[in-house]
Design a protein around this ligand. Sequence first.
Ligand SMILES: Nc1ncnc2c1ncn2[C@@H]1O[C@H](COP(=O)(O)OP(=O)(O)OP(=O)(O)O)[C@@H](O)[C@H]1O
Ligand SMILES: [Mg+2]
Length: 228
Amino acid sequence: MAALIQAHTLSKIYNRHQADEVRALSEVTFSVEAGEAVVLQGPSGSGKTSLLSLIGCMTRPTSGQLRIGEKEVSRLPEPFLARVRRETFGFIFQQLNLLRDLSVLDNILLPLYPADLKTAEMHSRAERVLEQLNLLEKQRMKVAQLSGGEQQRVAIARALINQPEIIIADEPTAHLDSTLSKELLVILEHLKKDGKTIVFATHDPYVYQHRLVDRRFSMHDGVLRKAE
Ligand SMILES: Nc1ncnc2c1ncn2[C@@H]1O[C@H](COP(=O)(O)OP(=O)(O)OP(=O)(O)O)[C@@H](O)[C@H]1O
Ligand SMILES: [Mg+2]
């Protein structure tokens, strides 16, 4: 069976043909199988976020091909790309990007609004993720009133509400203490057991040495290599 994510000679140049042109990715070729957890390591500015943004269909490559499942996405027009993004990926970022004055439930439901689901289906999905992340009792509270760990779990619940096949996590532990980092990895391990595919970028040895990681890659100046 073909790999779930297949990148072939992907390059990304920002501000092309301008004085401040940056070659962020140079001919990156790699693939990720369904159900794998893969880590991208590498110094600041080496291209990790750029690669995750391409894989997650948030931007398009300057050249090269990218297949997600059966779909070649590298040249898809934005509305189609947005649809693949919404239906396939859950994103966990270093910044939680929660709306602090909205309730836990409303934050979790937000990604569903363009999806045109029936209210009953929205609420049954919300209930599942709230239960999965032990947030049922907090669902009416404003995010601003929650602890850091609870907020982290809300961000994960929001990433899962679209039932994504692939989780993209960009420096997910960068603002977490060691207890919260452990908690996050336990949750990600459960997701992996559920069959999700996970692609991380991280500097954090706790993450890249974790038992859930199947393969590691390192990035330098936009070039991807297998890590030792
Ligand atoms: N939107 C953009 N416009 C112009 N240049 C960008 C843009 N995004 C990233 N870059 C540049 O591309 C290069 C790679 O950046 P990227 O964010 O992918 O690195 P990173 O490995 O994620 O770094 P960090 O570990 O600091 O998060 C850097 O030189 C950065 O300045
Ligand atoms: Mg980054």
